[in-house]
Every structure is written in C-alpha cells, then in structure tokens.
Design a protein around this ligand. Structure first.
Ligand code: ADP
Ligand code: MG
Length: 722
C-alpha cells in the first residue's frame, strides 16, 4: 500500500475559504452544484443606436467629456461616444482611479442598463474596463455569494470544482427516459453548460430556468429530495411500535355510542385509516389535516380510546394553554365516565400549575392511572415519565419544532419501540407541498364539515366605518349571540399590542353600555379598563366585555375564557391568543381589526372561530390603508381571498402563491432550503417523475440512489429525517 501523504500542518483558513465553508461549498461537487443566480452578457458589443431603453448592454467608445457635478448630489458624469450615439455614465460613488481610467480621449468598455430619457441616454454605475481585448466566448455567470467572497474568486473555485468533481450519472437511462423529454441532457453536459453557457443562447431561457439544462438539474434536485424522504420512511419501517387494537365492546364503541352526534363520513374514513395504522407493528407517522371546525378532536379521542383499550397510554399536546384546556374539558366530558369505573383518569399538565397538583399528575402518569395525558409543552419535560406511552397526538403540529416532536416520540422508555404519532393541523398542506416536503408522512384529510353549519359571510369594512360595526355588535348581543373582537398584531411591540387591545376594550365597554350615548366617532380611551366590565359595576351597567391577551396570568385567562364559553360574557376582546382551537358555538360574529396585518391562514383560522353553530355567522375584516396610501398588493390579495372563499384548501393554495413554501414548512425550513432550483408550482411534472424515479431507484438501484443522495445532500441529509 502506498504511504499516505504526510498530514499537512493545519493552516488557518483564508477569509474566502471560510466564506466558502459557510456557504456549504466544501466538496468539489458542492461547488459544481452551486449554479449561477443569473448571467451577464459580455460576449457582444452593441451599438447605442441599436439598443433600446432598459436593455442590459455592453458598449465600447471614446470618452468625450468628464465632469463632477454637485446637483442634485455629488456625481461623476462621463460622456462616451461610440460612433453611433453618445451615452452619459453616472457614478454617485467613485474613486480618483476611476476618473483616471475614464479620462477624456481614452477608449473604454461599459456594461450596464441603458436608460433613454429626455436628457439623452444614460447608464447608472456601469461596469467599466479598458477597451480592446478579446470578448469572452460565454455568458458570464453571477453566483450568489457573501461579502468576503468576491465573484472572481468564487468563479475560479466553481470551475475548479466542476473540473475535479465526480459527475458520473447516478440516474440510470431507463429511469431518465421516463421523464418523457425530447432530448435529455447528461449531468456533466448540463452543469458545464450552466456554468459556461455557449454564446448565442437565449439569456431569458437561462434566467427563467426553462432551458433543458436547468430541467435536468431540477430533476436531479427533486429526485434527491424524494429519495431522502423515502429513505426516512423506510428507516421508520424498521422501527417497532406497540400494536393498538380497540377491544370489542371497549372504549371506542362506548364513545361512539355516547357522542351526541353521528360521525361525518370523512371522520369515519380517517378514523379507519388511523385505526389501521395503530393496529400495525410499525409506528404511525400520520398527519390529520382538516379545516377549522371539521371535527379533528373527536377523531383524536377515538384514537386515544383505541390506545387505552389496548392497555397503553396516550398523550395529547397542544401549543397553547387555552387550547390544551379546551381539549382537556372536552375529553374529560367524553372519556371520564368510561374511564372512572376502570380506575383510570385524564391527567392535565401545564407549566402554570401548582406544585402539589403537578406532583399528583406526574404520579398518575408514571403509575399508568392517567390513561390520557393532556397538556402543553409541559408534557415533554424530563420529569414526565409515562408508564407505557403508546400514542402521541400533537395538535397544531406546525407550531411545534422538530425537537419537540422527537422528544415526545422518545417518551416510550423501551429502547426498541416508539409510540405511534398522530399530528393534526388546520392548515391544509397544498398538494405539491404534500408530495414534496411531506412525502415521508401519511396524510388523512377531513374534507367535510359536520352538518348544519351555515357558511360564514365575510365582509371588508374600511376602518372609518368602525361605528357601524359596533352597532352591529350591539344588535348581535341583544339577540343573545356572542362576539369576538381580535386586535391587530403589532410586530414591533408587544406593549403596543396590549395598549391597543385595552383601548378597544374600553371603547366597546363604553359604547355597549345601555346608557351610552349614540356613537359619534370613536370614543377616547379612558385609561386602563378593568379586565372584566361586570354587569352592575359602578355606573357602567350592561354587557360584560372580556379582555384576553398573551401577558395575562394563566388563571386570569382561564377565568375569562370560562365566562365566555359559558355564555355569560357576550363580547371578548383579544389579541391573537384565541387563534387556535377555541370552540364556542354560540359566537356568531368575528371582528378582526387591522385585518391587513394578518397572514392569510391566520385570518382563516380566526374566522373559523365562528360559524360553529346553526346561527348565520359573519366575519368583519376591518382594514386601514397606511396613511395617505393604499393597501399593499399582498394585503389586498389576502383580503380578497378571504371574501371569495371559505374553503381551507383554496385558502392554503392562495397562501402558497402569496408567500411561497418557506412559511408553510415552519420547523421543516431547514429541509426547505434544499430546493434551490426547482419551483414546486412550475415543476410539478418533474416532481411527479421524481416520485416514481425515487421509488424505483431504491428498489432496483440502491447503490446509485445512495450515491445520488450523498452527492446532493452531503451532510444535510440528517435534517430530512426528523
Ligand atoms: P377542529 O377540527 O377545528 O379541531 P373540533 O374538533 O373543535 O374542530 O370540532 C368543532 C365542533 O364540531 C365541536 O363543537 C365538535 O364537538 C363538533 N363536531 C365534531 N364532529 C361533529 C359531527 N360529526 N357532528 C356534529 N358536530 C360535530
Ligand atoms: Mg382543534
């Protein structure tokens, strides 16, 4: 065996080398796959006469004039004549060396965007070099980079990487041909072309990624993503989970008999899907998605019953205390009558609970007496030891991070087994996203609302008509209906958020008292209002108006929610803490103030708080354009979507259009960064191919599949498994 080369003494990395590392450009192949963001065309010299306004062009000519002016601000103006016309180059930042480089009489080459105007042709801050010299043969690539890494250095590094990297094909020809393209580009050919496009290629085809060389790279990238997701799924198939089958005459059947309603067809279908998973030895990894109000809780309860029937425990974790509380109330109502005779109970875990209570709960969890454990993040804390955790349910899963999900899965202390995992979400995942980023998940969808709901009517109301809205609240409460008023999100400041809610609370309290004078304009705030304006309180008799915000102590929140839920409090003013899960069927009006500041899915979730009973319900979106201006385009698109549709899936699609996939993926974002070239909206055909190709390659060409993954993901592959 040849002696290995002596280890080179560890040399400190230069700044550009460090920057390469930071960009993840470590291996030759990483560099080869670092594709240009865009291109510049230095291959041609254009006559000014032939160029049009807005063209990015390169011209060559003689400097005929140079001056520095001070109006409107200090700038260098250089006139260049190219034989056909004259252009003025403008520089706001410049050095003496540039003045010298562009001295009158020299011939220069300038490249930039041409502007034609009243005062003649101009170019702002063009790139300038001396005239003459051969023109480059290819378009010049421009790479995404960072300050410490200059383009020329990066270009050289990329070309070196491209020359040295192993670019052998990992996709077998018969898999490639399934893509059904006319002419398929090889990997080496495509990469070489994209880094150094041959002259004459249409710049637009390169820029918009429609060129066949780009198609090949996008297909490769999507294939890597699909392979990694399939791998994660396979890895899970080797894990073991307890088999959870409902007992005949057991809790599942008892709960179904005791429910005050019939399951919808969709609830029955997804419950069967879940029951099938629970009955298998592999851990379930299922996402239950269903629009707000579609009835996910009862599906979760049925799954919990199956686990308990089989002699195991179930944990249900929710992102907020209010939501956990609601689940607790509902599930205690449904399950305790059946659990109590068996000596079992439902336990409650939250960060705010008293030490003694918490101690009791922890003991019940550990002994197994708590068949069902409901709570917030408190459920995954280290002190919580389950006797036998068989099923973990996570509500509003996108609000939890990967680590929290993993922590819950690790609560089954036997090393070889994992609990089944059911995740729930009211934000349906658009199909393309489900197919790509969530390909390692099984998805069940509740696509039907329980009967008897009247669709919520959504209205846009300009903020200056606020008084009319308040009158409407008065009318609703007079009929015994309840109202939510959600205050705007002020991102910069929680304190402002709070002030706003407090002021609105005071305003509504004053306006809705029976002796209040008719409204003229909005009333001035009266300082800090009491949290509860109790009926008969001092000189302010009338409707009780509650205030709920995120900084209130949990006990107070709980008290307010209890009054609202019981119907004693007709109006609830709140910051966005009520966003998820609150279920008060008697509420029939939702007012959202400064609706233009909310995200689309958030608006939809908020709207889902009403329309839960039989009464006709409405959602009023109060909006206000910024001073002197009009609403931004995305804000308008969001509000328009809200008025036009109640369908959560349609909302999700539009949200994806407006925001792009990043936001949807939440905790998965690390994996999302993986798709650098493919665009899910445009490349669904390639995605379809990649799905099939990944499945086939794992079976028929496992070695090539592994090689492909290593090439594309390198050290990133771990992200995808959580
Ligand atoms: P979400 O999917 O938003 O969590 P919930 O589980 O809170 O929805 O259910 C919304 C409301 O609909 C609850 O009051 C629940 O009891 C009720 N509900 C659920 N399923 C049905 C059904 N099949 N028929 C009638 N009402 C139902
Ligand atoms: Mg819910």
């Amino acid at each position: 065996m040849p002696a290995s080369p002596p280890a080179s003494p560890a040399q400190p990395l230069s700044a550009p080398q460090k920057a390469l590392r930071k960009l993840g450009l470590v291996r030759d192949i990483d560099l080869a796959l670092h594709l240009p963001l865009r291109y510049e065309d230095e291959t041609r010299i254009v006559k000014l006469r032939d160029a049009r306004d807005g063209d990015a062009v390169q011209i060559e000519g003689e400097v005929t004039h140079q001056e520095i002016t001070f109006r409107p601000r200090r700038q260098l103006l250089v006139s260049v004549h190219d034989g056909s016309d004259t252009v003025v180059l403008r520089f706001f930042n410049f050095y003496p060396s540039q003045q010298k480089q562009m001295a009158v009489g020299t011939r220069i080459r300038a490249r930039g965007e041409l502007r034609g105007g009243f005062a003649g042709l101009t170019m702002m801050h063009p790139a300038v070099r001396a005239a003459g010299g051969a023109l480059p043969q290819a378009l010049t690539p421009v790479y995404s980079t960072v300050a410490q890494l200059p383009q020329p250095y990066l270009r050289k590094a990329v070309l070196a990487g491209l020359a040295q990297a192993d670019l052998s094909e990992t996709v077998p020809p018969e898999v490639l041909t399934e893509m059904g393209r006319q002419r398929l580009w090889g990997l080496r050919e495509a990469l070489t072309f994209l880094h150094q496009p041959t002259p004459g290629v249409a710049l637009t085809q390169l820029q918009d990624h429609s060129h066949p060389a780009w198609q090949r790279l996008k297909a490769e990238e999507l294939l890597a993503q699909q392979l990694s997701q399939l791998e994660a799924r396979r890895a899970r198939e080797h894990l073991r989970a307890p088999v959870l089958r409902a007992a005949r005459g057991g809790l599942v059947e008892q709960l179904l008999a005791a429910l005050p309603f019939q399951l919808t067809g969709a609830q029955r279908r997804v419950s069967e899907e879940i029951a099938r998973d629970l009955g298998r030895e592999q851990p379930m990894h299922r996402l239950l998605q269903g629009d707000v109000g579609s009835g996910k809780t009862v599906v979760a309860a049925l799954a919990a019953c199956a686990a308990i029937d089989a002699g195991w425990q179930c944990a249900l974790m929710a992102p907020t205390e209010i939501l956990a509380e609601q689940h607790f109330a509902k599930l205690v109502e449904w399950l305790e009558p059946m659990l109590a005779p068996r000596g079992q109970r439902v336990a409650w875990l939250t960060g705010s609970q008293k030490k003694k209570v918490r101690g009791e709960m922890l003991a019940a969890v550990e002994s197994g007496a708590a068949a069902l454990v409901i709570g917030t993040h408190a459920v995954i804390q280290a002190q919580v030891r389950f006797q036998k955790l068989g099923l973990a349910i996570i509500d509003e899963q996108h609000r939890f991070g990967v680590e929290q999900r993993l922590a819950l899965r690790q609560k089954l202390s036997e090393s070889e087994r994992e609990p089944h995992l059911l995740m729930m979400s009211a934000t349906p995942i658009p199909r393309t996203l489900a197919m790509s980023y969530y390909a390692d998940l099984d998805i069940s969808t509740l696509d039907e609302l329980p009967p008897g709901r009247t669709p919520v009517v959504t209205k846009l109301v300009a903020a200056h008509r606020r008084d009319e809205v308040i009158e409407r609240i008065r009318a609703q409460t007079a009929q015994g209906r309840q109202v939510y008023w959600v205050c705007p999100l002020i991102e910069e400041s929680e304190a402002l958020d709070l002030r706003n809610a407090t002021e609105t609370h005071a305003e509504l309290s004053a306006a809705l008292s029976p002796h209040a004078p008719p409204l003229r304009g909005s009333l001035p705030p009266e300082g800090a209002a009491p949290v509860l304006g109790r009926p008969g309180d001092g000189d302010k008799p009338g409707v009780m108006i509650g205030l709920l915000h995120s900084r209130m102590p949990p006990a107070e929140k709980k008290a307010v929610m209890a009054l609202f839920t019981a119907g004693d409090m007709p109006v609830l003013v709140s910051t966005t803490v009520i966003e998820v899960g609150v279920d008060v069927p008697n509420a029939s009006l939702m007012v959202i103030e400064h609706a233009e500041r909310f995200g689309l899915s958030q608006l939809h979730q908020l709207r889902g708080r009403v329309g839960r009973g039989a009464a006709a319900s409405a959602c009023v979106l109060l909006y206000e354009a910024p001073e002197g201006g009009r609403l931004g385009e995305t804000a308008r698109a969001r509000l328009k979507a809200m008025v036009e549709t109640n369908d959560g899936f349609e909302i999700a699609r539009r949200d994806l259009d407006i925001r792009g996939p990043g936001e949807f993926l939440g905790a998965r974002q690390s994996g999302a960064a993986l798709l650098r070239f493919a665009d899910l909206a445009e490349d669904s055909a390639l995605l379809q191919w990649a799905r099939g190709a990944a499945a086939r390659m794992l079976v028929e060409y496992p070695a090539l599949a592994a090689q492909h993954l290593a090439r594309w993901l390198g050290s990133k592959s771990e992200y995808m498994k959580a």
